[in-house]
Design a protein around this ligand. Structure first.
Ligand SMILES: O=C[C@H](O)[C@@H](O)CC(=O)C(=O)O
Ligand SMILES: [Zn+2]
Length: 275
């Protein structure tokens, strides 16, 4: 697995477009493969598994120096593709589009499969170190805590579906869910915020080939953007806002790890203070 080292605030100030993309953007979805990226930021591992003919097994890799991937880790999974199955220690979880799965520390065997190789499941993974075992549990959109935010006037009307969070599926540090924008709404997380207590990874999906999301990053008084296409993820360091504006509506998966799990622990930044 590739390793992505952290970029400091001062280094960020002088980076070119290419440098920003190489350091913060993550492109892992590949047909028939399971790809992982180890990030120094929060020791997150971001992954994508797109099984076709055969099933794809999750291996620890030498980077973890562990007997199996979840020996000291927990994982959140979101299926953004066709129907599939995640097998955890012999139990099959059948995963439809937008179904989620929390896999707790201690799970020894994790494998991904598609029902139809011509319309494969597309599993997005986000993992953090875990200090305790919480039960593996499936998440369905109907059971998610749905937060309705924004308005049509502000072009940011959207629903936040919380899967793994303080009052939902329990975890050590992982907080995860996804946000769906209404047609014609393009802004997420504007007004924006930081939370030095947690770092976040966004995966943008549900975009056409010719649509893009301008992902906003950086301290509020020193913003930059990264132009993202479908199924690309972006690492948001502790000092960074994470907000986006699309050329049309889109969906994104957000995952966080860190000091606490409090969704409303945010340092809000007023739009008029952005630079
Ligand atoms: O800390 C929380 C995260 O930034 C996201 O959950 C925000 C988000 O999904 C949204 O506003 O649509
Ligand atoms: Zn946030």
């Amino acid at each position: 697995m590739d390793i992505r080292y952290a970029v400091g605030k001062s280094q960020y100030q002088r980076m070119t477009t290419d440098e920003l993309r190489n350091e913060f953007m993550v492109d892992l979805f590949e047909t028939g493969k399971l790809n992982l990226l180890y990030c120094e930021v929060e020791r997150a591992i971001v992954g994508a598994a797109v099984p076709t003919q055969s099933c794809l097994a999750l291996e620890a890799g030498k980077e973890l120096a562990a007997d199996y991937f979840c020996q000291r880790r927990e994982i959140g999974v979101l299926n953004i593709g066709g129907n599939g199955t995640v097998t955890v220690d012999g139990t099959d979880y059948s995963m439809e589009n937008l179904d989620g799965l929390y896999i707790g520390r201690g799970a020894k065997e994790v494998a991904f499969q598609s029902v139809d190789k011509d319309s494969p499941a597309r599993f997005y993974l986000i993992s953090y170190p875990a200090h305790a075992d919480y039960p593996t549990k499936q998440a369905k959109k109907a059971d998610a805590n749905a937060l309705k935010l924004g308005s049509v006037e502000d072009a940011n009307k959207r629903t936040i579906y919380q899967y793994i969070h303080e009052n939902g599926i329990k975890s050590c540090q992982l907080v995860m869910g996804f946000t769906v924008l209404e047609p014609g709404c393009v802004w997420n997380t504007m007004p924006c915020h930081t939370h030095e207590r947690r770092t976040e990874v966004y995966l943008y999906f549900g975009l056409d080939d010719d649509s893009r999301v301008f992902h906003m990053m950086g301290p509020g008084d020193e913003t930059r953007h990264i132009v993202m296409s479908n199924e690309q993820a972006v690492i948001s360091p502790m000092w960074s806002i994470h907000s986006g504006c699309g050329t049309k509506a889109y969906t994104f998966c957000w995952g966080m790890g860190g000091e606490n799990q409090r969704f409303d622990d945010m340092d809000h930044i007023a739009i008029k203070d952005l630079k």
